[in-house]
Write a protein that binds this ligand. Structure first.
Ligand SMILES: Cc1ncc(COP(=O)(O)O)c(C=O)c1O
Length: 396
């Protein structure tokens, strides 16, 4: 592949050319909705199919299969976030990771749990429940008029903050949070940090060594380009002695030896493995996650971010020419465009986009979420802008 080199964040990154050949997307589909569900690469479908074929022939499944693939997936995810495989648990969803954190964080009565206004529910309900149980209080940071969530969150963290439970980017419009500063401030006041990276990981670099979260979770079906029904949880070393929310055979020490499973043992597998979901060796999903993570690591997340930033910058200019508004460039993640319609979303817009096979997420009455990825071609960009212009005219 031919690569264009750019320098951002003081490091050189490569613009990845259109990767549509890796996906099974018909020519007439312009899909700019990765934040909803990503399509699967052909290699990921093949890995899932091979997994299902193996389940069709169980006499070819051996005890080591229950451990080798989960370990491979764990190690790949660890590379993505700058952790060690020991720090990673295999999960079925974002909410499962939040449930583990909620079961293990010691939230004092009156302690404050910081969340963002309109945060995704899987990172709100667990804290409302935890607050009900412990007497802690959920405190919602309102959407700041200046769109700078980092400043708004930093302002709220102080004495009495027990937990900061935030995403890396706001799921509605891609507004980005500076997690290094937020993590530093949380540590200063003794607050824990829980991060939902479902709308960023895979497309936006994140290193747990600089952010230092207590927990970080991501579902695989969006920017990790993996299957639905799977995720990963990073658990900081000082949290790894915690309590799992379910007890099953494969998280216990020595479970690799199938002949001794009923020599019940109290010790767990090392590190964060005790937090693995039951049936973590999902024969269908884990191979898919491995294939997807392998490709993402081959591209490199800084390169993915730079490539999507270049694409959304181009679209941004054209959206402004149509009279639409977006977040200031410095405050939005490169893989997202939250489009605001000063006069409201035109009534016919969703219909026009659907009829032209152009896919973005029209949200509520005022906004649209545009989230392309490396499968989007220059022709898709044109088709999106042209359909949008027609939608605006239809609603005028
Ligand atoms: C920010 C964010 N977190 C998590 C999820 C998915 O949560 P769960 O895996 O609990 O279904 C979504 C889905 O849209 C999301 O936008």
């Amino acid at each position: 592949m031919t690569l264009r080199i750019q320098v951002i964040w003081g490091m050189s990154v490569q613009i990845i050319p259109c990767q549509r050949h890796l996906f099974d997307i018909p020519e007439d589909v312009a899909y700019l909705n990765c934040a909803y569900i990503s399509p699967l690469m052909k290699s990921v479908v093949a890995a899932g199919t091979a997994g299902s074929r193996r389940k069709a022939r169980p006499w070819e499944i051996f005890p080591h299969h229950f451990f080798d693939e989960p370990e491979e997936a764990r190690a790949l995810f660890a590379r993505l976030v700058g952790a060690s495989a020991n720090d990673i648990a295999i999960q079925p969803s974002t909410s499962y990771g939040a449930a583990i954190a909620a079961a293990n964080l010691d939230l004092p009565r009156g302690g404050r749990i910081i969340v963002l206004q309109e945060q995704f529910p899987s990172n709100v309900y667990p804290w409302r429940e935890a607050a009900r149980r412990s007497g802690a209080v959920v405190e919602t940071v309102r959407r700041p008029a200046h769109d700078d969530w980092t400043a708004a969150v930093l302002e709220r963290i102080g004495a009495g903050t027990a937990l900061v439970a935030v995403p890396h980017v706001h799921w509605t419009d891609g507004a980005m949070l500076d997690l290094v500063s937020i993590g530093r401030r949380a540590r200063e006041v003794g607050a824990a940090l829980f991060i939902d990276a479902t709308q960023s990981l895979g497309a936006l670099p994140l290193d747990v060594r600089s952010v230092q979260p207590d927990y970080l979770v991501a579902a695989t079906y969006k920017w990790l380009l993996g299957p639905y029904g799977m995720g990963f949880l990073y658990v900081a070393p000082h949290r790894q002695a915690g309590r799992p929310i379910e007890e099953h055979w494969s998280t216990r020490a020595g479970s690799e030896d199938f002949t001794r499973l009923i020599d019940y043992r109290d010790e767990y597998q090392p590190g964060a493995r005790r937090f693995d979901v039951g049936e973590k060796a999902n024969i269908h999903l884990v191979p898919m996650a491995i294939a997807a993570l392998t490709q993402i690591l081959a591209w490199g997340t800084p390169n993915v971010q730079a490539s999507l930033r270049a694409m959304t910058d181009r679209l941004d200019g054209r959206l402004h020419a149509l009279g639409l508004k977006t977040l200031p460039r410095a405050l939005r993640a490169g893989h997202y465009l939250g489009v605001r319609f000063p006069n409201g979303v035109p009534a016919g817009l969703a219909r026009v986009l659907a009829s032209e096979n152009v896919h973005a997420s029209v949200r509520g009455r005022e906004a649209m979420r545009v989230t392309p990825h490396v499968w989007v071609s220059p022709r898709d960009e044109d088709r999106f802008i042209e359909a949008l212009a027609r939608g605006l005219r239809a609603g005028a």
